[in-house]
Write a protein that binds this ligand. Structure first.
Ligand SMILES: C[S@@+](CC[C@H](N)C(=O)[O-])C[C@H]1O[C@@H](n2cnc3c(N)ncnc32)[C@H](O)[C@@H]1O
Length: 294
């Protein structure tokens, strides 16, 4: 389809028309808001979703809807659209080699630098999606890290999608989410429900803090500081080089000297920033901020 051609996914009178130019502008807007670049092969999916929202919001056409996105004070529709555009795929014990690395190597390094027992040890799981990643980290620490009671451990969890955060707080999961979790952990940290799903026990739910954060928005991230370990897995693949570099700088500020960042298996910090040093441990390759204060 050529520039300016019109797309009309519904047929008949009153159908909502979205031109290629409209889609282009929307993608640029979404990119500026979130750092996410929508690939051209996903344009059809995007258009379907937008047509739905124009209808739900009872706008006369796409342009009215687009103005609403820009100027609506509460930002509720913008949040709806962000929620629709995100890819939230996750499950318990996903890419477990990095959690192994946390337990077997990273924490030894981090805890050596702590001065006293009882010191705070801060972990940030961002993006956390529906919570499987931070709960996997919490379960692994409780089960496998011998010093777990020696520190005041804080696990902070964030995502740009408000609907996944609500699901993470409730903590109800199906078989697909749990398929890699050993049965003994399921029995210890979950309660079975009558619908066949399992809910995280309230003690664990209560110990984890879920907050809405857009990592591309400094007004959301400036207060995230002094982290010892950050998990940022399977997000930067949706970013372009510019937003990846900005994210790397933001993570650098958020980490304590000597802090670590773990990325997803197809993501590499060396390609996006020279701020971090690669550290190869037995279980995984991770990245470290220099232990010296600069
Ligand atoms: C594929 S999930 C990854 C979840 C988990 N880290 C894992 O590896 O299983 C990607 C998540 O990134 C979130 N996301 C997308 N853009 C974001 C942004 N700018 N700031 C924070 N989270 C974002 C999405 O809402 C989605 O839940």
């Amino acid at each position: 389809m050529t520039e300016g051609q019109q797309t009309n996914s519904a047929s008949g009178e009153g159908a909502i028309i979205i031109t290629d130019d409209d889609l282009e502008k929307f993608c640029e807007f979404l990119y500026r808001k979130t750092g996410i670049r929508i690939e051209s092969k996903k344009r059809y999916f995007l258009e379907r979703r937008l047509i739905e929202r124009v209808g739900v919001m009872k706008c006369a056409n796409f342009r009215d809807y687009f103005s609403l996105l820009h100027f609506e004070d509460a930002g509720r529709e913008l949040q709806q659209v962000v929620n629709l555009m995100t890819i939230n795929e996750t499950y318990f014990f996903r890419e477990m080699y990095q959690i192994d690395c946390l337990i077997n190597s990273i924490l030894a390094d981090v805890s050596r630098r702590k001065r006293r027992q009882g010191d705070r040890l801060k972990i940030w799981s961002v993006p956390c999606s529906t919570g499987e990643e931070p709960y996997s980290i919490a379960i692994s620490l409780l089960e496998r890290w011998p010093l777990v009671d020696d520190f005041e451990i804080e696990i902070h969890d964030s995502d740009i999608d408000s609907s996944v955060l609500e699901r993470a707080k409730v903590g109800v999961y199906d078989e697909r989410a749990l398929h890699l979790l050993p049965m003994m952990y399921r029995q210890k940290y979950f309660t079975p429900r009558s619908d066949g799903n399992w809910q995280i026990i309230s003690d664990l739910r209560g110990s984890i803090d879920f907050t809405l954060v857009n990592i591309s928005n400094l007004s959301h991230t400036w207060q995230y500081r002094d982290f010892d370990v950050i998990f940022c897995r399977n997000l930067l693949i949706y970013f372009d080089d510019v937003s990846r570099r900005q994210a790397a700088e933001m993570f650098y500020e958020a980490l304590s000297p000597g802090g670590f960042i773990c990325l997803g298996h197809s993501e590499s910090m060396s390609r996006m920033s020279s701020l971090f040093v690669p550290r190869k441990f037995a279980d995984a390759m991770v990245y470290q901020k220099s232990p010296q204060r600069l």
